[in-house]
Design a protein around this ligand. Structure first.
Ligand SMILES: Cc1cc2nc3c(=O)[nH]c(=O)nc-3n(C[C@H](O)[C@H](O)[C@H](O)COP(=O)(O)OP(=O)(O)OC[C@H]3O[C@@H](n4cnc5c(N)ncnc54)[C@H](O)[C@@H]3O)c2cc1C
Length: 498
């Protein structure tokens, strides 16, 4: 029986571990934190519970497939709640656009806001559907571990058809004229940590997921996904080690041979899957001379995706006029992204709020549980943590919300601030970035680091910093793809992973 280590118990690591265990491997997952699920982290403040990280969940079938592949019924573990009208978008001048999978509801709003968009919307949906299906077929299953992947004619044909050279903003301008609608759909670039004025139009495919397939929430909190995956992993015999950090990987003859653990143990493995952020964990765990394809200089040359400044606010009341998700937009979106990618905090930020207690009051029985997120610049090299500045920014966010008529400060009974420095420390995220490398540059979008390093022949990468990319469904796919690659080196690829 092959013995495999997974470094990191994020969704990508759990997905790889389950797939490998189902194929009769002995799998050990080492997670430095006390919880499994990585950035999908439970936070409890008094009677208020929060999902830190993924609040907007799409592609439920991807999560379910992990359970189905393991011979289980996902409904025995957790329950999806589809959110028909899921996100309220509010412009700086107070106009409102609610996103929904109900076509009539969307079109009737478009008629009031933008007659051009009302006419073009069905065409937009057709185009984003086309983009999605191409990506699903040609990009999501690939690990880019051999030249065959890069030189594949079908991949090249698909690449030419996914609008790689057009930016998202210019693509959206062909369908929408109203500034609020442009902001609403351009915000998808932030789902990959990038700017809509640079990210390729390809990622407008997210509109297919949100406006056609729909946005989902898990009853009891999205953290139930991670809890259920950990439960399933244990059931399939995975050894889950929480509170154990991998400190070093000893390499011998281009082989990751032994892991040195924070508890002092040294353990040998046949293969290692690194789920921790590739740009942070690989240089930290492997001596530089063993990784010529990822030198420290190369790591530093990558521009990180945006980070997040998060406030978790438990209120003593329920607010009116709230959906599960809402976005309060800045006046000048272009300026906001320029500021962010110049390493500064915008003074007029776009603010996202998830209030899962709208759908599920049981997670926060005594008042709303607001997950307030503002895009933040990644940490600059050697940037010191400045708590005074973070405190000032917190108040700026509350002031901005007040200008939208949302006076929450007097009602806060629980509060926690989570900054880019916290994200870096807690999850080992490269410069606090949420999604690894930014997709602002085309080469970094389509040529992310491969799922297998050229340097060490039994070391693989699964998760948001590698292929197919960041976001919770993508990292689940990544883990599954990597399990397939690990097994392939020993010649056994089961049909459900092929
Ligand atoms: C604030 C925020 C909001 C987000 N919103 C959404 C959203 O709405 N929808 C969505 O789909 N996605 C969202 N995401 C992105 C999503 O959370 C990530 O893409 C995904 O969870 C990443 O999973 P992963 O397995 O790649 O990595 P991670 O979740 O980062 O897991 C990696 C794990 O490795 C561990 N680790 C690292 N190094 C070591 C080591 N040496 N030893 C042991 N353990 C180690 C870390 O502690 C961590 O738990 C959000 C993320 C954040 C932070």
């Amino acid at each position: 029986m092959k013995k495999i280590a997974v470094i990191g118990g994020g969704l990508g690591g759990l997905s790889a571990a389950i797939s490998l265990a189902v194929q009769n491997c002995e799998v050990h997952v080492y997670e430095k934190n006390d919880h499994f699920g990585g950035k999908l982290m439970p936070v409890t403040l008094g009677t208020h519970t929060f999902d830190f990280g993924p609040n907007t969940i799409t592609m439920p079938q991807v999560f379910d497939q992990v359970f189905i592949d393991a011979g289980e019924n996902p409904r025995d573990y957790f329950e999806w709640i589809p959110l028909k009208t899921h996100t309220r978008n509010i412009s700086s001048s107070g106009e409102v656009f609610d996103m929904s999978t109900d076509l009539d509801e969307v079109v009737s709003q478009l008629h009031k806001l933008d007659s051009y968009a009302a006419q073009k919307y069905p065409e937009y949906l057709d185009e984003v559907t086309r983009l999605y299906h191409l990506a699903e077929k040609e990009f999501f299953p690939r690990t880019f571990t051999s030249m065959k992947d890069y030189l594949s004619p079908s991949l090249f044909r698909a690449f030419m058809k996914v609008r790689p050279m057009q930016n998202m903003d210019s693509f959206h301008k062909a369908y929408f004229k109203h500034p609020l609608l442009l902001q609403t759909f351009n915000r998808y670039a932030t789902y990959i940590g990038s700017s809509p004025f640079h990210a390729p139009a390809t990622f407008a495919l997210i509109a297919y997921l949100e406006m056609i397939q729909g946005v989902y929430y898990v009853k009891g909190g999205n953290v139930k996904i991670a809890e259920s995956m950990a439960q399933l992993a244990e059931k399939r015999g995975v050894h889950l080690h929480s509170g154990v950090e991998v400190k070093k990987i000893h390499v011998k003859n281009n082989h990751a041979k032994t892991l040195i653990l924070s508890n002092g143990d040294e353990v040998e493995f046949d293969a290692v899957v690194m789920n921790g952020d590739l740009l942070e964990a690989y240089p930290k765990l492997v001596e530089e001379h063993y990784r010529p394809s990822m030198t420290n200089k190369k790591v530093e040359s990558y521009s990180p995706s945006i980070s997040a400044f998060v406030l978790l606010a438990g209120l003593n009341k329920r607010l009116d006029k709230m959906l599960h998700h809402q976005v309060y937009f800045s006046k000048d979106y272009r300026q906001e992204f320029e500021t962010l990618f110049n390493g500064k905090y915008p003074e007029d930020p776009t603010i996202y709020i998830s209030n899962s207690s709208v759908t599920d009051p049981s997670v926060s029985p005594d008042g709303d549980n607001l997950f307030i997120l503002v895009n933040a610049p990644p940490i600059r090299n050697n940037q010191q943590e400045n708590n005074v500045e973070y405190e000032r920014y917190k108040n700026l966010v509350y002031d901005r919300l007040e200008s939208f008529g949302l006076n929450i400060r007097p009602h806060i009974v629980q509060e926690r601030m989570i900054t880019p420095h916290d994200i870096q420390r807690k999850f080992g995220a490269f410069r606090g970035a949420l999604y690894g490398i930014s997709a602002n540059e085309r080469k970094n979008t389509f040529l992310r680091p491969s799922n297998r390093t050229k340097d060490i022949n039994n070391l693989f990468f699964a998760g948001g910093t590698t292929h197919p990319g960041g976001g919770s469904p993508m990292v689940i796919i990544s883990g599954r793809n990597v399990a397939r690659e690990v097994l392939k080196q020993w010649g056994s690829v089961p049909t459900q992973l092929s």
